[in-house]
Design a binder for this molecule. Sequence first.
Ligand code: SAM
Length: 214
Amino acid sequence: MSKDLLTYQAVQDYLTGLVPPREKELQEMEAYAEENDFPIIGPVCGYYCYQLARMIGATSVFELGSGFGYSTAWFAKAVRKNGGGTIHHTVWDEELSGRARRHLVRLGSADLVQFHISEAVDALKKTDGPFDIIFNDIDKQAYPASLPVIKGKLRSGGLLIIDNMLWSGRIFDKTDISPTTLGVQEFTKQITNDPDWIVSLAPMRDGMIVAYKK
Ligand SMILES: C[S@@+](CC[C@H](N)C(=O)[O-])C[C@H]1O[C@@H](n2cnc3c(N)ncnc32)[C@H](O)[C@@H]1O
């Protein structure tokens, strides 16, 4: 394929094809998300989170905005391989928390997961750290205010992973002044201008920032 014909979608489809086969339960979660238009990180970013967690031997992970547990399942798989530990699942919706628990039970990972039904940044403030990985996927207008809290709870040498940093391309639209788009733009500015972080943005799916805390 020539460079001119290489579309963003073609790249995403190619990346999806490189992800190894995954459990039936994970595939069912992906199908549910697709049918119900529920935003999950999907297999490419899920596998990337798994890889990052394996690479640093993560045993403590705090997730902000965990939905029905798809991203949690990838972190749990890595933490199990790393010898065990804890993944904190946070969502403010009781029904979603229960749904996540049922999926994680079926995946054999529920023993590693602590479930918080709460506003996620509040839950992080109240939970003892430091964590090896903090994963942020809450409502985008809340991203900027979450950063100082996250920074205080992540260990030196730990990773912050943040989803939706391309925000379906809305970050490029100068006329878009919605709180969510401004939240993603502001957060990107904050973290890339802070010398305490080493930051890169991987253009997988909707864009994932991985930031290493020095
Ligand atoms: C994008 S979805 C999560 C998807 C999940 N990380 C995954 O990839 O499987 C975000 C979820 O977190 C919830 N949420 C958003 N902001 C939140 C907050 N500040 N505190 C708690 N839950 C939040 C949303 O209602 C939604 O269920």
